[in-house]
Design a protein around this ligand. Sequence first.
Ligand code: PEP
Ligand code: MG
Length: 585
Amino acid sequence: MGETIFNGIGASPGIVIGRAYLLDRRKVVVAEQPRVSDATAKDEVARFKRAIESARLQLDDVRKRVTKDLGKAHRHILDTHIMLLEDKMLVEGTIKRIREEKLRAEAGLAETVAAIGLKFDAMEDEYLRERKHDVEQVAERVLRNLMGRKQESLADIREEAIIIAHDLAPSDTLLMRKEKVLGFATDVGSRTSHTAIVARSLGIPAAAGLEKITASVRTGDVVILDGNHGTVIVDPDEETFLDYLRRKQRYKYFEQELDKLKDLPAETPDGHRIHLQGNIELPEEVATVAKHGGTGIGLYRTEFLFLNRQHLPTEEQHYVAYRDVVERSAPHEVVIRTLDVGGDKVGLPGHGEQEPNPALGLRAIRFCLQNRDIFRTQLRGIFRASAHGKVKILYPMISGLTELQEIKRVMGEVRAELRAEGVPFDERIEIGVMIEIPSAAMTADLLAKEADFFSIGTNDLIQYTLAIDRTNEHVAFMYEPLEPAVLRLLQRVSHAAHEGRIGLAMCGEMAGDPLYAAILMGLGFQYLSMNVAAIPWVKKVVRSVRMQDAVELADLVMRQPTAALARQAAESFMHQRFPDLMAEM
Ligand code: PEP
Ligand code: MG
């Protein structure tokens, strides 16, 4: 049989070749069983309770042994699982089923989990969908205990291997023997799933969303995992094998070269400083920014805080999370973006109405201005955190000056409240406007008079400028940062920022692609914020290109009448100067 190629999502960069280790996370199948007698049902309840207790001991043990370098931040997920072992719906629900329906413990549990799943499905809420997943993972552990099945763990791996699994639970990744795990490949998951985040923070290559890879791989198979592109090749042909061996060596060498830049400043040879910062969603990602040589957080997306709670976060919860990030990032700054829900982002607990055209709907700042309590609570949390380090506030989806003025009024009220309460905060906190709607780009000169900095969100700016739904794969091919219309808007915003003497940043994906780095420098961007893995690559470009050359390149690219010609100009510049880097992209 020849090689089989699986294409998924690149969840953590790097290339590895090794033997597969299929982690058995298939669902334990509970066969139908005859009903039991009253007396036996009692025994079954006792057996179920013992299995729960064993699960608790097992998870406690995991908790104790959690590898230090993962830190306490990941432990709360484990705590959630431990708490689920006391969950009423799960535990009492199962006991009730065993007693009333005279079921064996396994069947009682399986039926309860299925019923809970149906409830969650009906709620159609991302947060709850994730909870369903947690319940299933915990129940699986209890089922295995009931059936006397081994709890297979990544701690047991003896040989180096690439882990192939349907999904990986936090208890898997937290316990793994890091030195033995070459990479992860999972059927499900995305770039923002927990496993992906852990993989990136440990520098382990990973691919997710491979759909049915577990059905085609057996332990011991030779596997190539390319975490840059999300590709996994099972039983590679000799030619593919040699090709990837070369790619792997080249990539490794290149990474080592990039690593040498880590502690060097992102400064052009003629002395212009560009601030390279990280985009984060979770506090635990802070460490990875410094590790990749970034200076501060240019975009802290705060949606996560809202999605992982059953209720809206309290002011204290906002404050604690932001303070944590701010303290861990010191002495560097943290740009905290206020809530951006709606559009392709999920709804909030209690605010999940479907809109016919969500990308053009009640999203981000529009939502916040209509839900003042939620907005003010978040603002108070951010202000309070500003007493602990350098904080800037960034507002998403601003469409024009009226909104900005309204926000500033609310900020004024919140400031007055805090002052009256004697709560300390940074009186000079900077206000940033995300430029991601064409109307904001067109009126950037007006906005510049009332803001301290701009941060361009190209993910949305491109979507709205070119009328391309960013979530629709059918038009994804049209998603092009080098479209003349997009470039002209960037130039216009840059001009307004410089005229108004305010800061200019970019935090959309465009900022993290080394192909565009010199163009953006030439267009006058002082801050580029990106996914952390991209920082060394962009730094390489910054440290090699003189500002004068960057300005000339930007001019040349701006003059091109089509995106294709602009791309040609950019690529030819990069091929001449960075043949190695281009080969890796
Ligand atoms: C953007 O739109 O470019 C951006 C950075 O924000 P998000 O991707 O969160 O919408
Ligand atoms: Mg955006």
